[in-house]
Write a protein that binds this ligand. Structure first.
Ligand SMILES: Cc1ncc(COP(=O)(O)O)c(C=O)c1O
Length: 437
């Protein structure tokens, strides 16, 4: 049954009452979501390849997560952990301290959003090192707060008009092998992009004043570039040699998105500080900063925190998420899903010239679309046409990349084989339609 009139009415009300900048990609109204399926108010069903931007790794409305939130809501919803503490954040911190890669003892603090976790990671790194400089990457995205957008490198829509930005931020190119900033090719490049950090510390910012380097293991908004295996170990070695902290922003890549619980496990890296959020609490607003004990404990009581940090509903949801991942063997399921996805996307590349590059790291994947495989001219308009077509046919698919020409895949890890096949079929039809257009 459709209820188109009601959706239209709501959209009208929204336009009248909600700020334009707080925009949505689509103008439907969601009514229900389960696993990798979403239903709108008009009774239409969608396969979800976006997962609320990598938030729903355990799937929408997982019964264990829903039960945990309901159960907590019956008891109490807020006391402010900074005033009157309770059990769930303590248990969750204990779990995260063991899950975040590396042998060093860890400690954790909680806030509400990814951007807030990034803000706090930078505050802690500066406080600990007594230095101010932060090195970030081209193609980085770290949020929309002042520090978050200052660290972000995509101008539109995140920065233009919102300055001045936070000072003491320096930027180096990421290992974007498809469009190498140094005009080289892997592996003959010898990871020149990582070695560049050494000279950057001479030409741009001295180690004596540089507190930290902040890196997304795979840049999310920036285009899902998977770096070569030697890249992060080399960067980490340079950071360690110069007393610069290494912050891993695992807000998008954590909680099984790339196969293991955290992406840094692919390269055996122990970050000094790790930020995580998104899929951690399956839709409840929660983020965590997890770091080496001596670093996390450097700040005086009250120096970090916030009214809603470690919200009891969100922490119960996160405990349920971690137990679902274990109980349902979701990391293994994610790896299997990633393999099937990679095969399907590489098959599409064989069939459609517009696909310039396929990038996969476990169940995180991307297709970079180009007008011409030789010139690699970004196919931005075509990318939008593909996501629009897919949406009309019942597939939620998002784009990313500085040029808006990358399709990214971040479906729930519980996506069934049938849903994957259906979604890929829709995408295949979209490419066929585009060629005939
Ligand atoms: C790597 C990364 N860092 C930070 C953020 C900001 O998170 P939030 O939107 O929850 O503030 C995001 C969001 O997409 C992200 O992908």
């Amino acid at each position: 049954m459709t209820d188109n009139k009601k959706t239209k009415e709501l959209n009208g009300l929204r336009d009248k009452n909600m700020a334009k900048g707080f925009a949505s990609a689509r103008s439907i109204c969601v009514q229900k979501a389960e696993g990798a399926t979403i239903w709108d108010m008009d009774g239409r069903e969608y396969i979800d390849f976006a997962g609320g931007i990598a938030v729903m790794n355990v799937g929408h409305s997982h019964p264990d997560v829903v039960a945990a939130v309901k159960n907590q809501a019956d008891k109490f919803m807020h006391t402010c952990f900074m005033v009157l503490p309770y059990e769930s954040p303590v248990r969750l911190a204990q779990k995260l301290n063991t899950l975040v890669p590396g042998e060093s003892p860890k400690k954790t603090m909680f806030v509400n959003s990814g951007a807030e976790a990034v803000e706090n990671a930078v505050k802690i790194a500066r406080y600990y090192t007594k230095k101010t400089g932060i090195i970030a990457f081209e193609n980085a995205f770290h949020g929309r707060t002042l520090m978050g957008m200052s660290l972000t490198s995509k101008v539109q829509p995140y920065k233009l008009g919102f300055g001045p930005f936070a000072p003491e931020i320096y930027r180096i190119p990421f290992a974007y092998c498809y469009r190498c900033s140094f005009g080289k090719e892997y592996p003959s490049c010898d990871i020149a992009c990582a070695d560049h950090l050494e000279s950057f510390l001479i030409t741009h910012c001295a180690p004596e004043t540089t507190a930290a380097l902040i890196a997304e293991p795979v840049p999310g908004e920036g285009g899902y570039m998977v770096p070569p295996p030697e890249y992060f170990p080399e960067l980490k070695k340079i950071c360690d040699a110069h007393g610069i902290l290494f912050i891993a922003d695992e807000i998008q890549t954590g909680i099984g998105r790339t196969g293991p619980m955290f992406a840094m496990e692919h390269w055996g890296i122990e970050a000094d500080i790790t930020t995580t959020a998104k899929s951690l609490a399956a839709g409840m607003p929660l983020s965590a900063v997890v770091g080496k004990k001596k670093i996390m404990d450097c700040v005086h009581p009250g120096g970090v925190g916030g009214t809603y940090g470690a919200n009891p509903l969100a922490c119960e949801a996160a405990l349920a998420v971690l137990s679902v991942i274990e109980k349902e063997n979701l990391l293994k399921k994610g790896k299997d899903l990633g393999e099937k996805l990679s095969t399907a996307l590489n098959d599409l590349k064989d069939d459609f010239k517009i696909i310039g590059d396929v990038r996969c790291l476990g169940p995180l994947a991307a297709l970079e679309l180009v007008k011409n495989r030789e010139t690699k001219t970004p196919a931005q308009e075509e990318t939008k046409a593909i996501t629009d077509y897919c949406f009309k046919k019942g597939l939620v698919l998002l784009s990313c990349g500085v040029y808006g020409n990358v399709l990214r895949f971040m479906m729930p890890l519980v996506t069934t084989d049938q849903q994957l096949e259906q979604g890929i079929n829709i995408l295949n039809n979209a490419f066929e339609w585009l060629e005939k257009r």
